[in-house]
Design a protein around this ligand. Structure first.
Ligand SMILES: NC(=O)c1ccc[n+]([C@@H]2O[C@H](COP(=O)([O-])OP(=O)(O)OC[C@H]3O[C@@H](n4cnc5c(N)ncnc54)[C@H](OP(=O)(O)O)[C@@H]3O)[C@@H](O)[C@H]2O)c1
Length: 312
């Protein structure tokens, strides 16, 4: 297939490019030229800013793709322009969304009046009615003010080109700019022998995905016509509790730290989240409809990520 990737040189994108190239697909990437990892020699790169729809349109006209994979649609404006520019230029659109579309995420952030929704959350679970979850937060993310994947999803669904929406979990792996595993390692190293959690945090669960497996799910959805117009959660089949995750990171890094629960005065500093709200995604739909399964085990994924974090 001839696929056009918007983004494609960042954390998730480069893993998608690698997988598509290995499978022999024709690939174009469209990005500003600020993130420039080595790419397979067969990839065509178009330089441009997605905030300029004319540049995007011209690149699409040059590439003539069967499908467009938008790895970085962050705002309603992005999605509206994307749907418009793809009309008549491609037959399929694959859009990366996030588990943060579920209203459970507002509960986790402590800004919801709703009781926790039952988990796992399938694709029909209630979505946030609040808007712009990162507006006003202290971040250097350029699109934080207008970021909202609920609006992105709504806009691409209104377009003429059938859109496949992929709701990603917390992604970890080499080149993760958020250093998800690195942050866990910092916490474990600071704690030294024992990392003590509140019982609520210890039992909290969050769906995660190793970047290579997440890329495989994106490629599966992009290359299977059955995925057209469908929405899928992506993530590991079993979401670990926070205590088990931290313990597995410690073991992956060869640390002797024991993770346990304890009284408030013993507990390590934790993020200010409401641990009653598990962020567990039900990933059965993509497994059943598209026969998706991970290639890389969690143990292998953690060991590769720890190695990268240690070198970073
Ligand atoms: N990471 C997670 O845990 C997670 C969780 C849920 C959902 N997601 C979703 O996964 C997607 C990929 O995230 P990521 O972490 O891989 O992103 P990333 O590492 O920040 O990659 C950004 C990519 O987009 C390009 N880019 C950025 N701004 C651009 C612009 N204005 N115009 C054109 N190209 C631009 C960058 O290249 P240049 O710098 O060269 O332009 C790079 O190729 C996002 O949609 C994110 O919301 C991620």
């Amino acid at each position: 297939m001839n696929l056009f990737l918007i983004g494609g040189t960042g954390f998730v994108g480069r893993a998608v490019v690698e997988r598509l190239a290995d499978a022999g697909h024709t690939i174009a990437v469209f990005h500003r030229g600020q993130t420039t990892p080595p790419l397979p020699s067969t990839v065509t790169a178009y330089q441009g800013n997605r905030d300029n729809p004319t540049a995007l349109r011209d690149a699409l006209d040059a590439a003539g793709p069967d499908g467009v994979v938008d790895l970085i649609p962050y705002t309603e404006t992005h999605a509206t322009a994307l749907a418009r520019v793809c009309t008549g230029r491609t037959n399929r659109l694959i859009v990366l969304s996030s588990g943060d579309v579920y209203r459970q995420y507002d509960g986790l952030r402590g800004v919801s009046d709703h009781a926790p929704d039952p988990v796992p959350l399938n694709e029909d679970a209630p979505l946030r009615s609040s808007r712009y979850p990162y507006r006003g937060t202290n971040t250097d993310f350029a699109y934080a003010h207008d970021y909202d994947k609920v609006l992105v999803e709504e806009r691409v669904r209104m377009g003429e080109v059938p859109a496949t929406i992929l709701r990603l979990p917390k992604v970890y792996g080499p080149h993760d700019g958020d250093h998800h595993v690195g942050q866990a390692l910092d916490r474990l190293r600071t704690a030294q022998d024992e990392l003590v959690l509140s019982p609520a945090e210890a039992g909290w669960r969050w769906s995660r995905g190793y970047v290579v497996n997440v890329a495989a799910a994106i490629v599966t959805a992009a290359t299977d016509p059955k995925a057209a117009g469908r929405t899928y959660n992506v993530g590991e089949p079993n979401a670990l509790t926070q205590a088990t995750w931290l313990q597995q990171v410690a073991e992956g890094a060869g640390l002797d730290t024991t993770v346990r629960t304890g009284a408030p005065e013993e507990q390590s500093e934790a993020p200010p989240l409401d641990w009653d709200y598990d962020m567990v995604l039900d990933t059965r739909r993509i497994r059943t409809e598209l026969k998706f399964a991970e290639d890389v085990s969690r143990q292998q994924a953690l060991s590769e990520t720890v190695l990268w974090e240690q070198a970073a």
